[in-house]
Design a binder for this molecule. Structure first.
Ligand code: MEV
Length: 306
């Protein structure tokens, strides 16, 4: 049996505007992973067991319009192989929560299949394959999720441009709190698209504001001026609220975190549910964790960025 794994991701700054050509900063979330296991089987055909979804997906049935079946077909095509296979997938990453679960599961399948057939694929090739399934999940994805997950490194991402690394001069703790509400990215991305079509000037102004926040955040991270990050997160959150992708639950968690001493917070990913991130001085991190749990967070992760 061969195994492939892939990390989750966090967008620090710039979601949604990134779909419209603005930059965004994203980091891998390595402690949450998707895993895929591939083994040969005696029976004909390929089947995927999606453990968390409690579903079996027949890959050879081309009428099955499923992202996991699609990534399997695309990968086998890319590797120039075929076989009778059993693929099992499982993931620690909550679905539709802004942490890149779809891209992570697809990336894990690509890696496990490549390993099974003793081939290796570059991060850019994995990213390109996974992008095809991101279109099924997201409609019009920027490509940031598949990129940060396939490369598993902190990236500054601009649609259609080569990725660049960004520097974190002073390590810090990020508090990530899950609202517990599943919110498919496809819906919020689609709603932003409709809003943009109706009032391009207003939306473009918000996207420009987000681009400026991203530039300032990149600069603050590179200079080790971490105190600015909280303020910039809060400003980014306001811009996301004007795009109508926030929610009462997100704002409740942000309020609780701020009252407990976080310097700033914002939703991360598609919004209307999913996860909220906080910039917190190290000595306040535990207090913020407790406060967001009391305020109803379904799960809280503390991760160190460096
Ligand atoms: C989703 O993780 C981030 C969004 O900006 C969508 C995208 O970039 O494809 C909301």
């Amino acid at each position: 049996m061969t195994v492939g794994t892939a990390c989750g991701k966090i967008i620090l700054f710039g979601e949604h505007a990134v779909v419209y050509g603005r930059p965004a900063l994203a980091v891998p979330l390595s402690q949450l992973r998707a895993r895929a296991f591939v083994e040969s089987r005696a029976e004909q055909g390929i089947v995927i067991h999606a453990r968390d979804l409690k579903r079996d997906i027949p890959v050879n049935d081309s009428t099955v319009d499923d992202a996991l079946a699609t990534i399997t077909r695309l990968t086998l095509n890319k590797l120039g192989v075929t076989g009778n296979l059993e693929i099992t997938v499982e993931s620690d990453i909550p679905v539709a929560s802004g942490l890149g679960s779809g891209a992570a599961i697809s990336s894990a399948i690509v890696r496990a299949l490549a390993a099974h057939f003793h081939q290796s694929l570059a991060a850019s090739e994995i990213s390109a394959l996974v992008y095809e399934t991101e279109k099924m999940y997201h409609g019009t994805p920027s490509g940031i999720d598949n990129t940060v997950i396939a490369y598993e490194q902190a990236i500054r991402f601009v649609r259609g441009q080569p990725i660049t690394a960004f520097q974190i001069a002073r390590p810090f703790t990020l508090v990530i709190a899950n609202t517990g509400i599943a919110s498919p990215t496809k819906i919020t991305v689609g709603d932003v698209r409709r809003g943009w079509e109706q009032d391009k000037a207003r939306y473009e102004t918000i996207f420009d504001d987000i681009a400026e926040i991203v530039a300032r955040a990149q600069d603050a991270l590179a200079r080790g001026e971490n105190l600015l990050l909280g303020e910039l997160m809060t400003r980014n959150q306001r811009a996301l609220e004007s795009l109508d992708v926030s929610s009462r639950e997100i704002e409740n968690l942000i309020d609780a975190g701020m009252r407990a001493g976080a310097s700033g917070g914002k939703l991360s990913g598609g919004g209307r549910g999913g996860n909220v991130i906080f910039y917190v001085a190290d000595e306040r991190a535990e207090e913020v964790r407790r406060a967001v749990v009391e305020a109803g967070a379904a799960n809280v992760i503390l991760t160190r960025l460096f």
